[in-house]
Design a protein around this ligand. Structure first.
Ligand code: SF4
Length: 223
């Protein structure tokens, strides 16, 4: 049984595959301590999800895929959370292997706060979390990550981000800066400042499309 917060179609809102039509599976559960700015507080507790058997999840995926019949491509499959690598089990591992047999391109969204299991299919986008004066990151994850995303509130965040990238450069892993804020007004307010920081530091910039397009509902339709 797996604890699932939500399954939905939308556009990938941030990072290297921004704008891709995607099917999201959000696993419930993220180990404490939690980030004060968390934009998915409803998925923090493992008990907050629907407890489903893999076959029930596949049935929901198939129902959503029927809605994508007219699409040019299979959606990107985004496995997110919560923290999708937390509460790892053989059942979760087998579930993911079966998912990859659908032919999806898989993208994981992780904080890097728990070990990333070996042999998982797909690419890993990591958004490291800094709080209480330290990065919450498992150093062994460094080489398993395909891209970093950093949430930026102000230019004062940059020294810690630069220090993180010096410590964990990975395979010259690309890094994106994204404006902090879970509403359109804060995104529009911080966006230009964060874009200017990306240019100043030679990093990449990602907007947060799902927040800017706040009238896009979970089924990818205009509200
Ligand atoms: S790691 Fe992610 S899911 Fe967990 S509390 Fe922080 S922002 Fe929320």
């Amino acid at each position: 049984m797996l604890s699932i917060s939500e399954i939905f179609l939308s556009l990938q809102g941030e990072g290297p595959m921004i704008g891709y039509p995607a099917l999201f599976i959000r696993f419930a559960g993220c180990p404490a301590p939690h980030c004060s700015w968390c934009d998915t507080p409803y998925a923090q507790e493992i008990t907050a999800g629907r407890v489903l058997k893999p076959e029930q999840i596949f049935a929901e995926i198939e129902a959503l895929l029927r809605k994508t019949k007219g699409w040019q491509t299979l959606p990107l499959l985004v496995l997110t959370g919560g923290e999708p690598f937390a509460y790892w089990s053989e059942e979760k591992s087998n579930f993911v292997t079966k998912l990859s047999e659908f032919g999806f391109s898989i993208q994981w969204e992780s904080s890097g706060r728990v070990p990333i299991p070996s042999g998982i299919p797909g690419s890993v986008v990591c958004s490291p979390k800094f709080f209480d004066g330290t990065w919450r990151f498992v150093p062994e994850n460094e080489d398993r990550i395909d891209a970093y995303k950093f949430v930026v509130t102000s230019k004062e965040d940059m020294p810690e981000i630069v220090a993180f990238l010096a410590l964990y450069p990975g395979r010259n892993t690309p890094a994106y800066l994204m404006p902090e804020g879970s509403d359109k007004i804060s995104q529009e307010k911080r966006g230009p400042m964060v874009a200017a920081l990306a240019l100043q530091y030679g990093l990449r910039y990602s907007t947060r499309l799902h927040i800017l397009l706040e009238n896009l509902d979970r089924q990818g339709h205009q509200k």
